[in-house]
Design a protein around this ligand. Sequence first.
Ligand SMILES: [Fe+2]
Length: 568
Amino acid sequence: MLILGIWDGHDAGAAIIENNEIKVAVNEERLTRRKLDIGFPVNSIKACLEYLKLKPSDIDVVACCGTQFSRVLARQFPFLDNEFYKFRRRLIPKPRFEKSRRFLKYWLAKHKTSFLKKFTQRQMKRKLEKLGFKDAKIYVAEHHAAHAASAIFTSGFDKCLCITLDGVGDGLSGTINIYENGEVKRIAEIKERDSIGLFFEQVTTILGFRELEDEGKIMAMADYSFPIPDEKNLLLSFFEVEGLSMKAKHGTIKRFLELEKIRWRTPMERFAYMAQKTLEKHALQLFKNAIEETGIKNVCWAGGVASNIKLNRVIRLHSGLKNWFVFPHMGDGGLAVGAALCAANELCGITPKKLDNGYFGIDFDESYIESCLKNYSDKIEYERIDSPGKTAAELILGNNYIFWFRGRMEYGPRALGNRSILAPACSCEVKEMLNLNVKRRTWFQPFCPSVLEEDAEKVFEDYDNAPDRFMTMAYMLKNELKKTYSPIANVDGSARPQMLGNENPEYRKLLETLKRETGVGIVLNTSFNLHGEPIVCSPRDAIETMFKTKTKHMVMENFLVRLKGEGR
Ligand SMILES: [Fe+2]
């Protein structure tokens, strides 16, 4: 059975799965070049069909999700999505009623009814008909059921506990589920009012960053505060966890106002620290309680909160779990896959399969790439190379950074060695240059490494022999390596590595060549984009980024591309 999953909210996208196998999955942002784009994912649907050479009539079921009032309203009046997008990304001047707009969003997010589910089906049918889907059966998944399905059916666990935590979706901000005997049973729900994800989003906004986008910066900034003891952390009392329930002291709007008052008298890094510790303490307690109550120690999780790698580390080390899995596209961007898996399980019953790679995007054949390169021959020169991994490693060993573009695009927020910028893991000088001149990022955002899985235990003190392929988890560098590898870690020595197995042979070759020279297969790996832009998708996006950043070298498929004239 072929199922097309679609998500039309924040970070919209589409995916096609067959049974429990993800065949292709793309997010709209990569195609429209609007980061975390929102709205009906026309481009992603077309790209998925085209990639698999399918027609709309080949699709058996279309699975979508989201029946909360705000989503239904935006489907009816798509300009609302665009307005919200511009507001959220601060592409318009600060509106006079900024706070009221935000409060309206909180209010709208609460509502969902069964009437809205039927209405959602009608809305989707109409939009799909325009794309040629005549008689597609439409399945509507509930927001958190889709998050849960994304984690469960890619975890490989026969039986597991699955926890979802996010800002808000279909009136909820979290769920606790047991997966057993082919069935997902929800044993607890956390209401929108008690959302710890929304709390973190509010902290992000109040600190002057973009909600739903910059939460990771708050996590990184927290490391720059001196430690604040629990009794002085004014945010800890904002939540209470008892058994499987999480309760917030204030409603969403009151909480925002209270947070503003505390921020007024607190320096920003300390405010970030208090928020991060509040999230860690309460979410950890919830995981602990759930593991204790159910006795299940295989735990998987998803939802926007799961993108907080420092929290994930605390859960991994202190919740009492035995095996863990975080769905790589944990936020709403992963809901297209989640909705499709949810439908597949309900309609034909599937079993969890362990995800072994994240390369579900589209790719470009060599002749197309060469024709693109030819188009820019006034500014670049290129040559065919026999061993892209080896050539790239030699450039990196010469203290250069390079652009690396090969194969299918990654699904999810992390570049995993197909659309990456790579640099020496030990060079502070190259790291500074990358941050200031190439990526143009906020100074306190750390870079991350890719490391051969067999070298992970040499580098990280808390490696637990469960290689993280998808950069979903924080690990601590060994004490003696904190200085050497400071370019790929945060100020406290924590890092978010990709631990590479055999899923990407040419990338492995690159790391193995580095290892032969330096003793460790490790490289700085950051996503191939400029800050605030989506990761590059097409050869053209990549070549133009080369011009914008004056980057000297790029390995693109089996070509070495060089910038003519001055470059970095
Ligand atoms: Fe969500």
